[in-house]
Design a protein around this ligand. Structure first.
Ligand SMILES: [Zn+2]
Ligand SMILES: [Zn+2]
Length: 182
């Protein structure tokens, strides 16, 4: 992961603001999240989180995560903002998805963008990697962090597995991370 600075950071913050705007449409009762996917200064996908198809009958926001059998692979309630943004891009601009950058933001209780912790959503990390998104952007306490998607996926699976060093040493993503490949 690398932190952006200068004009790069300014631009990224503008896209994070777009993602925050999208998050206002979120219908999940647990969290309001938004995501935009950008390729060559063009937003090619937008999403917010909510029940599948917006169906109230499929809403699972109030189910406890430990109420599911361990074989249930996804214990989160709604379709994630990143998933929605990816599906949006697949429908509208599938040819522009490869090499794109995904921005994600979660709104706090005050409806303002909130700072993200370490990556942990393996549903979205796998999906973003599979469709060819190259970078995943989160707003952290120390600034705008850009992850290579392979790095993001590896870190997500290692969430809580013994700190930064443990995460960095176990999977060989470094050769693919943006700061090394550019
Ligand atoms: Zn929900
Ligand atoms: Zn997710």
């Amino acid at each position: 992961m690398r932190y952006l600075s200068g004009d790069e950071e300014k631009k990224a913050l503008a896209y994070i603001a777009k993602a925050a705007e999208a998050a206002k449409g979120a219908t999940c009762e647990r969290a309001k999240c938004g995501s935009v996917i950008v390729q060559l200064d063009e937003i090619i996908g937008v999403g917010f989180n909510g029940p599948p198809q917006g169906l109230e009958s499929q809403r699972r926001c109030f189910y406890a995560k430990d109420s599911y059998h361990k074989k249930v692979t996804d214990k989160t309630c709604c379709v994630h903002a990143e998933q929605r943004a990816i599906m949006d891009a697949l429908k509208k601009s599938p040819d522009k998805l490869f090499g794109a950058r995904l921005y994600f933001i979660r709104l706090g209780d005050d409806k303002m963008p909130s700072k993200a912790g370490k990556p942990y959503c393996t549903i979205c990390s796998k999906m973003a990697l599979d469709v060819g998104i190259t970078e995943f952007v989160l707003l952290h306490d120390d600034g705008v962090g850009v992850y290579g998607t392979k790095e993001y996926n590896a870190l997500s699976f290692q969430y809580g597995a013994g700190g930064e060093n443990a995460a960095f040493s176990s999977v060989g993503y470094l050769a693919d991370s943006p700061q090394n490949s550019n």
